[in-house]
Design a protein around this ligand. Structure first.
Ligand SMILES: Cc1cc2nc3c(=O)[nH]c(=O)nc-3n(C[C@H](O)[C@H](O)[C@H](O)COP(=O)(O)O)c2cc1C
Length: 362
């Protein structure tokens, strides 16, 4: 078995990745007024030795902008901003997918534009608090239950946003159905109490995600459409439920039928979340035939092992890319990996703790 498979190129749909290292999506909150900027282009360009970059969660609409300073992708100003980012990344030979993240109930009115609302499948408030630039930490609000119009509108927004993504030079779209945001709120029987065709059974709870996937495929094509899931995740007040294995097996099958280009599974046990059973990852691997990306707690050695033994095709790294802009070069050259983080500046505005991590100096 070739121990260096991680450094070999990989065909993802119609695009060629220069290696199998993926930069995981990470919210960094530098998009003032939701518009991507030169600072973000510099940040992503510094990290473009990854074969594929998946951007931070990016809202497809006003309603999805629940966090302070996250970017959007639903108007021409967003397209112009993202174009600066995609040009910078492409100039370094990397590829870039945008992660479309509608925050749903994980938002706050103070973070949203005036005409927007905090929406969710049901009026179930998340436990905990959220940061607002105006008033500091605030309890999560009770969201408005989405009506049929809201559901149709949200699907339309995802599809339109995907078209804007292609216009902005992005190589594709990752649909964020993980970590407790809108789409996962529909998947979970704790946040989805609906009694219509979008709630109740597994098929009904999965309907909004699958219809959204269909709408995005119709807009930009299955070769440009990926999905992120986090079975057994506990982020944003999610928790496991009895039929969780059955639900994710169903999703893997349905997503496989649609031929999306990749499925991306996040396992946050290395961040203190409970263990994700290997069996659910094996089930997903067996049912979903296209590219599988695994993320969470990887080192170079673990990544090589999981790709060599066929558990995954690509491996995503999150935190190591924050403080090692040249992560892949460090791995390749056997240089030490920085482990010190400036945690205080994960989500602050400006370059501190963002673009000021140095590349390895000999
Ligand atoms: C600062 C920070 C922001 C994150 N933001 C997102 C996000 O916007 N979307 C997402 O799907 N995951 C997000 N994650 C999770 C990462 O994509 C990744 O799954 C996680 O960090 C585990 O990988 P790691 O152990 O390599 O860091 C974030 C993680 C961190 C540390």
């Amino acid at each position: 078995m070739n121990g260096n498979k991680m450094f070999s190129s990989y065909k993802l749909g119609n695009i060629e990745l220069k290696n199998r290292f993926v930069m995981a999506p990470m919210t960094r909150s530098r998009a003032i007024g939701s518009i991507p900027n030169e600072l973000m282009a510099e940040y992503y360009s510094q990290r473009a030795d990854a074969g594929l970059i998946i951007t931070e969660g990016t809202s497809p609409s006003n309603n999805g902008l629940g966090y302070s300073r996250i970017p959007g992708l639903y108007n021409e100003a967003h397209v112009t901003g993202w174009k600066v980012v995609t040009d910078a990344v492409h100039a370094k030979g990397s590829k870039i997918f945008v992660q479309l993240m509608h925050t749903g109930r994980i938002g706050h009115q103070l973070n949203l534009p005036n005409d927007a609302e905090v929406l969710a499948p049901s009026s179930v408030k998340a436990a905990g608090q959220i940061w607002t630039d105006q008033s500091g930490l605030q309890d999560y609000p009770t969201p408005k239950e989405m009506n049929y119009y809201d559901i149709i509108q949200a699907k339309k927004e995802y599809a339109e946003s995907s078209k804007y993504a292609i216009k902005a030079g992005l190589d594709g779209v990752e649909i964020h159905s993980a970590n407790g945001y809108l789409l996962e709120q529909f998947l979970s029987p704790f946040s989805n109490l609906r009694t219509d065709e979008y709630g109740g059974s597994i098929e009904n709870r999965c309907r909004f995600l699958l219809e959204t996937v269909d709408a995005i495929i119709a807009a930009i094509g299955k070769e440009k459409t990926g999905v992120r899931l986090s079975p057994y995740g506990v982020a944003s007040d999610m928790k496991p439920y009895p039929e969780i294995d059955e639900e994710y097996a169903y999703l893997a099958e349905e997503l496989n039928k649609r031929g999306i280009v990749y499925l991306h599974i996040a396992d946050h046990s290395a961040m203190g979340a409970p263990e994700v059973p290997q069996s659910i990852k094996d089930t997903i691997r067996a049912k979903f035939k296209n590219t599988l990306i695994l993320a969470g707690g990887y080192t170079k050695e673990l990544a090589e092992a999981d790709v060599n033994n066929g558990k995954a095709d690509l491996i995503a790294f999150g935190r190591p890319f924050i403080n090692n802009p040249d992560l892949v070069a460090r791995f390749e050259n056997g240089n030490p990996i920085a482990t010190e983080f400036d945690n205080d500046n994960f989500y602050t505005a400006g370059s501190k703790g963002y673009t000021d991590y140095p590349a390895f100096a000999v």
